[in-house]
Design a protein around this ligand. Sequence first.
Ligand code: FDA
Length: 490
Amino acid sequence: SSSSQASSDGFLGCLTDNNVPVFTQSSHFFMPLLNASIRNPKFFVNTTVRPLYIVMPTTTPHVQAAVRCGSGNNMSIRVRSGGHDYEGLSYRSVNAGDFALLDLSKLHKVCVDTQAKTAWVDSGATLGELYYKIGNASNMLGFPAGLCPTVGIGGHFSGGGFGMMMRKYGLSIDNIINAELVDAKGRLLNKTTMGEDVFWAIRGGGGGSFGVVVKWQVTLVPVPPSVTVFNVSVSLGQGAVDVVTKWQQVGPTMPRDLSIRVLIKNKRAEFQALFLGTCEALLPVMNKNFPELRFNRSDCREMTWLQSAPYIYLGKDSSVEDLLKRNTSTFFSSHGFKATTDYVREGKPIPRDVWAGIFHKLAQPEARDARVILDPYSGFMSDVPESATPFPHRAGVLYSIQFYNYWPVDRGSGEVQINWIKDIYAFMAPYVSSNPREAYFNCRDLDLGTNWGAKYFMGNYQKLTKAKGEIDPLDYFRNEQSIPLQVNIT
Ligand code: FDA
């Protein structure tokens, strides 16, 4: 319509007046820029609703101008840091409508202060860049965040951020001490000027609802100069069902220095661990608590904390330099996925015969590339009150369980693989948390239904709507699952 033409002309003119780098759909840079961080390749297709413009700020004032130009000209924006949103909401809209993509990937500075044991990290940096900069500044400091090095700081910190050190140091959000936020009017706010509710909300209340966080200040955590990692694989024939059943007791009750996650795929369970100590100290802990794994000295790999990051996620042949790469493996760049999260709570471990049923479902042909990931909670996680941050899955959670299924995008839209996920989600209902059936915001799922707010945030949802009203009363920062201004709790 002519009004949408006027708003898009006004937006473009405003950006140009402010020297903000912008690409229109006719630019031959447009598609490469758009695709550069689409991390769920199912959105490579032509039916994906694309942005009208891609805005590529290289300074904070560019971000402020872009937001001011957008809100002033009635042009919505989607903010993208690393592009890992499971549903692609950082660069696409489910329904048709004009919007611009504000891509922060050129803002990726990391400044480490080893004296103060803090760092400032831009939202457009990746987890890998953060780990690399910290590890190179000191072999005694680390930071608790996720496993996949290409994940963006912006979305990850907004939604929580869990990884191999959460049992010792909690989530990324538990270690954030300041942030710079651009609000809908283009103002640059810090911890003090944004106000308590908003500073609470941006640490776990999910990206895309409150403004654009351009950078974050974090406290770094102590790590020993040498840590121990292992990856022990148990096949079905070797008793994977029994070992996984037993893991439910030990994973969440091990000493905090030890996290053992489980990756189940191809009829095998891989037990991947990080221990903040030596192999010598780990051996008796494993023998006493988890003899079923038949762990021994030859399974230990001692290395720096920095080296453990690529080793655990990218495999034994990777190097710390791989943490800086933004491209992913051929498999991940050619396979679309659908995923769900669930939480298993205390007193309700999943019975052995149900695990047998899960392995059985994993053996179905449509689950050829499916995987299940179990991450142990408890420890530090149980010390944090549910209302301390918007992330509510704290005391009482034994572990989280994620189901993924993948398909090659050049061979259809994954209907059977998606149905497999829906089937196993229904199958799991009796064995996981209920009322609400909890889910992790950072594993965004548009199939959670209208009750998604309670599932992601539980009792914290109401306070998030209050913070939303304080910082963005006109609901400029909006997407299919952004925090609304008001909510009727039923
Ligand atoms: P992306 O740029 O797609 O943004 C996600 C959401 O946040 C969008 O709504 C976006 O608009 C908004 N947003 C982005 N930047 C913002 C900013 N600066 N200010 C405000 N809003 C912003 N999680 C985890 O906890 N532990 C893990 O180990 C992993 N591992 C993992 C592996 C893989 C392969 C994937 C695809 C994902 C994960 N995740 C994860 C989940 C990950 O934490 C989640 O997808 C994050 O939101 C990704 O952040 P990005 O910046 O990459 O996403």
